[in-house]
Design a binder for this molecule. Structure first.
Ligand SMILES: C[S@@+](CC[C@H](N)C(=O)[O-])C[C@H]1O[C@@H](n2cnc3c(N)ncnc32)[C@H](O)[C@@H]1O
Length: 258
């Protein structure tokens, strides 16, 4: 199992989030300075993958990187299917939880060097994780270098609205709390039309969209060509099996040597 740690301090490493993952319970919110609250669905994240999750997972191809894996229900589900999957998350509690569930996880920001850069077949940005970094253009561009050319990105969007916003937030436990623990950090919220607009500009081609269980998802294809491989990728790395062939999962694919 893989549970390395970096020294990077992160807003999601503060107590309210770690405590909620340990207990499996909210309430927990992202709170803007003006009091606006976005509830975080901790109970669902700490439960088994639900029907909407499973529908997204069944679309995955090859080696799967779950970015912002949280407590790891998706990585654990893929591991149980025998599919190669790695979760990354800046939260130590999230990584520990994922590993406890039987998934592989690494404490790492998506903006730091990653194992197998440029070779992942599928990337996941689920549960609002297109918000990571508060700059969708930067995140989508980064993902296009993390995934293989032609790779599949499955992203969850805010359902039913064309929201496209970036806000500074704190993670808080109590709705009425002022401020929060640690510094405010930027977070983005995107509806499907906004995600498609950002994605097209960042080198992605739309490859499907669907809604289920009150949630909405978009599939994108990486248009990056082989000639623009990430400079962070080790030249002769065998870390993650990747090619244009056989993108569906196969038993010989593994992340064990990442
Ligand atoms: C909205 S929660 C999603 C939780 C998750 N998808 C789940 O199933 O529980 C966002 C997650 O992204 C993680 N995160 C935030 N910034 C990150 C970054 N730069 N790189 C990787 N993970 C990050 C947080 O620690 C948190 O676990």
């Amino acid at each position: 199992m893989l549970a390395a740690k970096t020294a990077t301090a992160a807003p999601w490493s503060t107590d309210p989030y770690s405590d909620a993952l340990r207990t499996g319970r909210g309430p927990l919110y992202l709170r803007r300075a003006d009091g606006w609250l976005l509830p975080l669905d901790v109970e669902r994240w700490c439960a088994r993958a639900d029907a909407a999750d499973l529908e997204a997972l069944r679309r995955c191809e090859g080696a799967v990187l779950d970015v912002g894996c949280g407590p790891g229900r998706l990585v654990a589900e893929l591991a149980a299917w025998g599919w190669p999957a790695l979760g990354i998350d800046v939260s130590e509690a999230a990584v520990a939880h994922t590993v406890r569930l039987g998934g592989q996880a690494l404490q790492r920001s998506v903006f730091e060097p990653l194992p197998g850069e440029g070779r992942w077949d599928t990337g996941l940005l689920i549960d609002g994780n297109v918000g990571i970094g508060g700059d969708p253009a930067a995140l989508l561009s980064r993902m296009s270098h993390v995934l293989a050319p032609g790779g599949l990105l499955i992203a969850e969007t805010v359902p039913d609205v064309d929201v496209d916003e970036c806000v500074d937030v704190h993670v808080v436990r109590v709705a009425g709390a002022h401020g929060g623990v640690g510094p405010a950090f930027p977070w983005a919220r995107l509806g499907t039309p906004a995600l498609l607009r950002h994605a097209t500009r960042a080198g992605w081609r739309p490859d499907g969209q669907w809604a289920t269980g009150g949630r909405s998802f978009v599939a994108l294809r990486n248009r990056r060509s082989l000639r623009t491989r990430s400079s962070a990728e080790p030249p002769n790395s065998t870390a993650v099996i990747s090619s244009q062939r056989d993108r569906k999962s196969s038993p010989e694919r593994t992340v064990a040597d990442l």
